[in-house]
Ligand binder design. Structure first.
Ligand SMILES: Nc1ncnc2c1ncn2[C@@H]1O[C@H](COP(=O)(O)OP(=O)(O)OP(=O)(O)O)[C@@H](O)[C@H]1O
Ligand SMILES: [Mg+2]
Length: 510
């Protein structure tokens, strides 16, 4: 792979692309071009059509299912499958990774295209490993080709995906929200690799809700809104505010509209909590103490692996064995109560991993929203469908879920809109203590604001919120108090006024 003399040449062009799903016009005459050696970011709110555009480009939605025309390398492209797009030099890295966990790095890199020997009968394993080592070296990725993929962290897996895509000599690399699950240093590694690829003349489409990243790497930015192209401009001619304005189509005021209200009784009391996972798990919580009052937002921060998610899951009875201390919910010890009992007693958890814990993807929005609250609508053993429908509709519009209606299947919603449904499902149980684990991950600015307003409304109603977030500005902006965890212990507690990013970071590092 050498630096091309064709840098700057248009390698991909979309003209007047329109795509509809039943009840939704996902793309409206989108035009777009991508040049060799550029990183072109696509920004837009949840449901704006970003992933749909990518799916057309990568053959997931085949030619014939949309209007308009794609050109790759100057020729019309009509992809009938992912393989067609791959042959045309397009590689896509989705947020949900597609590696085989049981196989090694090298095996994954050459899956389906292993070098063969003895006339193509046997895989030439020494060569697989030799070439894998060469590839990893070429992209300066320090990974052992013999390591099992299942043992790698998310960030490392992502690197394997990228190297795999590039091994096929792809000229166009597409990343759809690649950093949503990465730790900060992994994000930096990824951005570094992208800059490097640029120098090799590879063209890259980069989708992310994190505007800092967009501005750190993008040469040009295209904003989509409601399926239409709003603007394409050099990143150097735009700023954050401008991108956000184009995305939402209106002026946005305060990004963190926290309104602290009056604070009431202690609703949750955690005293000297010690807990550990099952055998083999390293995470342990130790000596964690704090209290939470009605009307309050307690932010919890920390580095990846500090125990934030474990703490929330333990409070909700779904992680770890208690070894010490006690947890009182509305004055009563929670003991060994599990999630369903705690739900009944007034606690709700919005989990970070919505695909695993939050949603039944093949069911309708309505079904998912009232899933956890059916007893609330039950009278003498019958479900009051009308009451159920009313609450569903109330939440559906309060959360501004972007879908034709409650009957839409959740799996078809865009990522951010799925997150809103998870939130709605928990809120419908009317919890007094709401645990939110990264509630705005993968969510656009407009929807973030809606979620922040919701947090304000909850606390104004006297509910208490614990907010776990990796984004320090969000933590500082939306919490009344902040607890930083470090290796399973409390590394520091800060009132909102005294919290600065530097101080919080220091506490997180121990
Ligand atoms: N397979 C599908 N069937 C029906 N509707 C769909 C399907 N895929 C996407 N949509 C709809 O098309 C619109 C665009 O969705 P898309 O996934 O492209 O949004 P996005 O910009 O990627 O959003 P996000 O930032 O939340 O990932 C949404 O209204 C979505 O509900
Ligand atoms: Mg998307």
């Amino acid at each position: 792979m050498t630096v091309t003399d064709s840098a700057g040449k248009v390698v991909l062009k979309a003209e007047g692309i329109s795509k509809s799903f039943p009840g939704v016009r996902a793309l409206r005459e989108v035009s777009f071009d991508l040049r060799a050696g550029e990183i072109h970011a696509i920004c837009g709110e949840n449901g704006a059509g970003k992933s749909t555009l990518i799916k057309l480009l990568s053959g997931i939605h085949a030619h014939g299912s949309y209007e308009g025309r794609f050109e790759v390398g100057g020729e019309e492209a009509r992809f009938g499958s992912i393989a067609d797009a791959g042959r045309a030099g397009i590689a896509v890295i989705y947020q949900e990774l597609a590696l085989v966990e049981e196989m090694t790095v090298a095996e994954n890199l050459f899956l389906g295209s292993e070098p063969k020997r003895l006339g193509g009968v046997l895989v030439d394993w020494p060569r697989v490993y030799r070439e894998a080592r060469g590839l990893l070296g070429r992209f300066e990725v320090e990974l052992d080709p013999a390591a099992k993929v299942g043992d790698l962290g998310v960030g490392q897996k992502q690197l394997v995906e990228i190297v795999k895509a590039l091994a096929k000599e792809s000229r166009i690399l597409i990343l759809d929200e690649p950093t949503a699950a990465l730790a900060e240093h992994e994000v930096q590694v990824l951005l570094g690799i992208l800059r490097d690829l640029k120098k090799r003349g590879i063209a890259c489409i980069y989708i992310s809700h994190k505007l800092e990243e967009v501005f750190a790497v993008a040469d040009r930015i295209t904003v989509l809104r409601d399926g239409a192209t709003i603007v394409t401009k050099a990143a150097s001619e735009m700023d954050r505010g401008g991108v956000i304005r184009h995305m939402v189509g209106r002026e946005i005021g305060d990004l963190f509209p926290r309104r602290a209200g009056s604070v009431g009784e202690v609703v949750l009391e955690v005293e000297g909590l010690g807990a550990g996972g099952a055998e083999g798990s390293e995470m342990e919580l130790e000596g964690v103490s704090f209290s939470l009052r009605a009307g309050e937002v307690l932010g919890i921060g920390g580095l990846m692996g500090a125990g934030r998610t474990e703490l929330l899951m333990h409070l909700f009875g779904c992680w770890g064995r208690r070894r010490a201390g006690e947890v009182k919910l509305l004055g009563v010890d929670t003991g060994r109560a599990g999630p369903s009992e705690l739900l009944r007693r007034g606690m709700g958890l919005v989990s970070e991993d919505r695909r695993r814990y939050g949603l039944v993807l093949e069911q309708e929005i309505g079904f998912n929203l009232s899933l956890a609250s059916l007893r609330q609508f039950s009278r003498l053993g019958f479900v009051d469908r009308q009451a159920e429908r009313q609450s569903n509709e109330g939440l559906f519009s309060a959360l501004r879920v972007k879908a034709p209606g409650l009957e839409e299947v959740v799996g078809r919603l865009s990522g951010g809109n799925q997150q809103k449904v998870v939130l709605g499902k928990v809120l419908m149980t009317e919890p007094k203590v709401v645990l939110l684990d990264e509630p705005t991950r993968g969510i656009d600015v407009g929807a973030k604001l809606e979620i922040y307003e919701l947090v304000n409304r909850l606390t104004a109603e006297g509910k208490a919120v614990i907010l776990v977030s990796s984004e320090l500005p969000e933590l500082i902006g939306m919490s009344d108090r902040i607890l930083m965890l470090h290796e399973g212990r409390v590394g520091g507690e800060f009132a909102r006024e005294e919290a600065t990013q530097e101080r919080l970071m220091e506490a997180a590092m121990g």
